[in-house]
Design a protein around this ligand. Structure first.
Ligand code: MSP
Length: 646
């Protein structure tokens, strides 16, 4: 059996419950863990809480609580939050647990015995919120260089870790192991940090009644970072279960935010491991920070978003299940911000992605193919060969591409590849016009087209499983895939995955489209005036009247009949960077499916109107044809959606 794939998140300070920032680290780690399980790897996924910090004790004191009661309460809250987000961690370590404390004490003793820890006297500055010591030269205007807050002068006799002895070895290791520190830009930062020269680190502080006592010196407790980093090995049996430890260590991925990458995880931690003669983790990955509407996430600003609350609000508004809405949050976090870069969270962009990527692209592929299967074949997989349209190749190619990107932690690109495949299938259906094939009685081709598109939906369900587990399950249920839980990544390219004669299920929209944001909705809509009778011939108008018309090319993304109105179709159209809903009175002349993928001409600045209870934001232009209305389309079908007609 191959080695266990071991991945870790930082252990979080328990001074507050998690927000979308630290949830991001845990969600990305969860996606990675689920991806490796899907590949058939044995996985060990660790997260936990950092409980011995001074600021934790201070937060407890502020609440008038005993520190142990306080950390018990918050550690439980963290576990509840991760459970409510369906995080699949295999273990949860708390640094107040004896299994951890014992290992920290033993390591301290060993490093003391071998001379890597020595006693000395220290004068410097300590930043309590960052739990970090700084020398005079490191301060920024006398304040903490990391958070800008006041620092406390400390003058103490302390124990030191001989970090200075490891600089050259670290530099050589980094150079010899290109995968060790990622992304590249951060690696370069670490290299310059080490090249400036490493100082020995004070790893103890005065004992104020909270923390792990220094063995043989109860006047001191062990510095929280020295203590916390050890969680990655204490949790998996270091010094207590060597067999288990050797099966799991070294870690394959240690993921953390950029705030704790350079100094702690890429310098101090590997030096500690070198001192213990342990192999170093394969990859330490630094990810960026989320801001919210351009602002730093902070308790005082009150802008911290809880991912669970976000999902619950979305579920209440859209009618989709809470699990599916949680998937939408996971999808957004993985898709929107390249791992390693910073990103900004805005509800508006989140809602746009929900509508365009999930409701339209993914939802539409499943819905339209299943409904056509229902309409033309009573929902039963027909006994026809797939005709392709290159979709089988597209599935195989996307499988390889998405795998390559997931293996290198490029989740944004992996999802882009999957969505590109979904787009290709939607386009194939548009191009093949199954409704025309049905009219012409070409059942073999029709069956082939639907089967090809359904195979893409199945492939997509497996590929998105690590990112959106509940959605994947729901798609699989609609596709009547009974052994979905057991399918592996390698099953994506199974030949002929749908048994002929299988009855698939009725489509049910997984992601109902979200209306425009409430704020905009709340704006009073101008009252529609009664239409004047159109005169036979219109009077001449000056150019500037024409110039007031915003005529644009749009692409139809979705089309359906408006319930209870036999003339009306509800269309979702794309203007390139924006999607809209319009209502058009052409239901008598067009099958809704025939319009999807078509480019149309739109009067884009017509004031909005509510027609039969459906909001219309623009007007499709049509001409009187021989048999009724003919939708105007651009002469050149390659005209991009959004183009202005001038
Ligand atoms: N306890 C230490 C880690 C010890 S690991 C041996 C710690 N804890 S923390 O609670 O402050 O969590 C820090 C981590 O939360 C960051 O490294 C990052 O992973 C995550 N994030 C906190 N805010 C964040 C954002 N705004 N955006 C993205 N991630 C953020 O440091």
């Amino acid at each position: 059996m191959s080695k266990t794939y071991y991945l870790t998140t930082p252990i979080y300070y328990v001074n507050d419950v998690p927000h979308i920032g630290n949830a991001y680290t845990t969600i990305i780690a969860d996606i990675t863990a689920r991806y490796h399980r899907l590949k058939g790897d044995k996985v060990h996924f660790l997260t936990g809480t950092d409980e011995n910090a001074t600021k934790v004790a201070a937060a407890a004191a502020e609440k008038g609580m005993d520190p142990q009661d306080f950390v018990d309460k918050l550690a439980a809250a963290f576990q509840d939050v991760w459970a409510s987000l369906d995080i699949t961690n295999d273990d949860f370590i708390r640094t107040t647990q004896p299994r951890h404390k014992d290992v920290v004490t033993a390591i301290f003793k060993r490093l003391m015995d071998q001379g890597d820890i020595y006693k000395g006297s220290y004068t410097g500055h300590y930043c309590v919120p960052c739990e970090t010591f700084y020398a005079d030269s490191e301060l920024a205007d006398g304040k903490c260089p990391e958070c800008g807050r006041e620092v406390t002068e400390v003058e103490e006799e302390n124990y030191y870790f001989k970090l200075s002895a490891y600089g050259d070895r670290l530099l050589k290791y980094i150079e010899d192991n290109p995968e060790f520190l990622q992304p590249e830009a951060k690696k370069n930062e670490v290299v310059s940090f080490i090249k400036q020269g490493l100082r020995d680190v004070s790893i103890t502080r005065a004992n104020n009644g909270w923390g792990i006592e220094v063995p043989g010196d109860s006047s001191k407790v062990i510095y929280v970072w020295f203590d916390a980093l050890i969680n990655y090995i204490s949790a998996i049996g270091y010094l207590s279960d060597e067999k288990r430890f050797n099966e799991i260590w070294p870690a394959d991925l240690q993921l953390m935010g950029k705030d704790i990458f350079v100094r702690f995880h890429s310098t101090f931690w590997p030096a500690m491991l070198m001192a213990l003669d342990l192999p170093l983790p394969k990859t330490l990955f630094s990810h960026g920070f989320w801001t919210i509407n351009g602002e730093k996430i902070s308790k005082s600003k009150g802008n911290a978003i809880s991912p669970a609350k976000l999902a619950e609000d979305l579920a209440a508004e859209s009618g989709a299940s809470r699990e599916v809405c949680l998937d939408a949050v996971r999808y957004f976090l993985a898709r929107e911000m390249t791992l390693g870069m910073d990103g900004d969270f805005s509800i508006k962009i989140f809602r746009n992605r929900f509508n365009s990527d999930l409701a339209n692209d993914l939802g539409n592929l499943l819905n339209r193919t299943l409904s056509m299967l229902g309409k033309y074949f009573e929902g039963v997989m027909p006994d026809y060969e797939t005709f392709g349209g290159g979709l089988a190749d597209k599935i195989a190619e996307t499988k390889d591409l998405a795998e390559k990107y997931c293996d290198s932690y490029e989740f944004t690109k992996a999802l882009e590849a999957v969505w590109n495949m979904i787009g290709a299938a939607n386009k194939y259906v548009n191009d093949m016009q199954p409704w025309v094939l049905a009219k012409e009685g070409k059942n073999a081709e029709l069956g082939g087209v639907l089967e090809s598109a359904l195979e893409v939906a199945r492939a997509a369900a497996i590929m998105i499983k690590p990112f959106m587990p509940a959605t994947a399950k729901e798609i699989a249920a609609q596709l009547a895939i009974t052994d979905f839980d057991n399918l592996l990544w390698s099953n994506i390219t199974d030949a002929d995955p749908f048994a002929k004669g299988t009855k698939l299920n009725e489509p049910a929209p997984i992601f109902p489209r979200l209306p425009k944001q409430k704020k905009e909705e709340a704006e009073p809509k101008p009252k529609k005036e009664k239409k004047a009778k159109v005169p036979e011939k219109k009077p001449l108008i000056p150019y500037d009247v024409f110039a007031q018309l915003e005529l644009r090319i749009a692409e139809v993304k979705q089309a359906e009949k408006v319930e209870g109105a036999d003339k009306l179709l509800r269309l979702i159209i794309s203007l390139g960077d924006e999607e809209r809903q319009i209502v058009a009175g052409i239901a008598k002349y067009y099958e809704p499916e025939a319009l999807v993928g078509k480019k149309i001409v739109l009067l884009a600045n017509l004031e909005p109107a509510v027609i039969r209870g459906v909001e219309s934001n623009g007007m499709l232009l049509a001409a009187d044809g021989v048999n009724g209305a003919v939708v105007l389309t651009p002469a050149d079908p390659d005209t991009p959606a959004g183009a202005y007609i001038k």
